[in-house]
Design a protein around this ligand. Structure first.
Ligand code: ASP
Ligand code: MG
Length: 427
């Protein structure tokens, strides 16, 4: 008998039928003799709809109230799920984040879990109940207010519960069969991975893969939680996300050989800002990125050109989340004369493609394959950045899907059949 934490995303509980299907899955796990703790997301696009509604009554909703509102989405699904399980003859009890002991920082909308005190969950388990916890939310001890963990936060709830309860596995259910070598919606020939290293998973998640959220993977890595990403719509084995020293249960040793390229991630959520005519003297980059950081924008890639000898000026481009572009542009414009640049150009029609693989550390020629594939496809590269196990390029947004497909083929990642996508929007 094991303790299994399961997380179901919004598309898995989108309507009454789906909730009943999930309830059945949970009951099946219970019938197999396991203790089950479930973290559940809000139904379908509830969170987006609530955000929308908030925007209609207030241009900038008060953060405390927004968290009160958004946290209600998960309360709806948790109660419905518990009811569905009851009607199948099993004992289930739902808990809000605060009842479950999810203690967080006070940052509304982006709170971090600092402690988990699952006293009531333990009691319920000891009494033989299936435990359902509202994902994505917690409670701050100082303000005594409800907080939310940021979009996609239910993954983190599940992993934090698994860590606190020392669960045997944390199963994250979504509408795809596991972690793929690329987003199957973009690259139909994407293949499901049976295992992926947590380090690779972090890079994939940080660079646009939406199947698991980065904070959840980080938390799992730090606390040694074993993640199994699976589909709500099939019973097949999904993908095991393995941290240092972890192995797949019943898995074979040879699977752990590090692939040169584990996967290709795509991200259409970025914008590019170019600062034209920056004086090429010491201190300018520091000045610029201090201003950008102070604006609250989150910079990703940075490229600085060689300065033109005649002018002693250079261009600096950087990428950032689309939603951060306005504040960064405003902050830079305000200090234009102080920095002394000529012009700002904002481009939100870019796409970022990243190739990730732990084996890159020890293999050469990995980037040449990427550039060659793009060149044959006639796709222009606008920016390049690398880390130890990742190469990323920025291309035109319109070219991104095609770029992902040719690169996926070039690294020999294509599967024989098209991947199955069961429902929803990827969450
Ligand atoms: N319902 C929240 C969201 O849509 C949390 C989650 O789904 O994980 O972001
Ligand atoms: Mg959701």
């Amino acid at each position: 008998m094991a303790l299994i934490v399961q997380k179901y995303g919004g598309s898995s509980v989108a309507d009454a039928e789906s909730i009943k299907r999930v309830a059945k899955r949970i009951v099946d796990t219970r019938r197999a003799g396991h203790d089950v703790v479930v973290a559940v997301s809000a139904m379908g696009d509830t969170t987006d709809e609530l955000l929308d509604l908030a925007g209609q009554v207030a241009p900038i909703p008060a953060p405390r109230e927004l968290d009160m509102l958004l946290s209600s989405g998960e309360r709806i699904s948790m109660a419905l799920l518990a009811m569905a399980i009851h009607s199948m003859g099993f004992e289930a009890r739902s808990f809000t984040g605060s009842q479950a002991g999810m203690i967080t920082t006070a940052d509304h909308g982006s709170a971090r879990i600092v402690d988990v005190t699952p006293i009531r969950l333990r009691e319920a388990l000891d009494e033989g109940a299936i435990v359902i916890v509202a994902g994505f939310q917690g409670f701050n001890r100082d303000t005594r207010d409800i907080t939310t963990l940021g979009r996609g936060g239910s993954d983190t709830t599940a992993v934090a519960l698994a860590a606190a309860l020392q669960a045997d596995v944390c199963e994250i259910y979504s509408d795809v069969d596991g972690i793929f070598t690329a987003d199957p919606r973009v690259v139909p020939k994407a293949r499901k991975l049976s295992v992926v290293g947590s380090e690779e998973m972090l890079e994939l998640a940080a660079n646009g893969a939406k199947v698991l959220y980065i904070r959840a993977v980080e938390y799992a890595r730090r606390h040694g939680v074993l993640i199994h990403a699976r589909s709500t719509f099939s019973s097949g084995e999904g993908t095991w996300v393995l941290g240092p020293g972890q192995t797949r249960p019943n898995g074979e040793e040879e699977e752990m050989e590090e692939p040169i390229v584990a996967g290709v991630a795509t991200d259409l959520g970025q914008a590019k800002i170019t600062i034209i005519g920056v004086p090429d003297v010491p201190g300018k980059a520091a000045e610029i990125f201090k201003i950008v950081a102070k604006s609250g924008a989150n910079v990703d890639m940075i490229v600085q050109n060689v300065s033109a000898a005649a002018t002693g000026r250079t261009d600096i481009s950087f990428t950032l989340p689309k939603g951060d572009a306005a504040i960064a542009l405003k902050a830079l414009s305000a200090d234009q004369s102080e920095i002394g640049f000529d012009n700002l150009v904002h481009d939100d029609q870019v796409g970022k493609l990243s190739v990730v693989g732990a084996g890159m550390r020890t293999h050469s020629g990995v980037s040449a394959t990427l550039f060659e594939a793009l060149s044959i496809a006639g796709i222009n590269i606008e920016m390049i950045s690398t880390s130890e196990i990742r190469i990323s390029v920025v291309v035109r947004g319109d070219d991104l899907a095609e770029a992902a497909r040719v690169v996926h083929t070039a690294y020999g990642l294509d599967g024989d059949i098209d991947a199955t996508v069961y429902a929803g929007t990827g969450r």
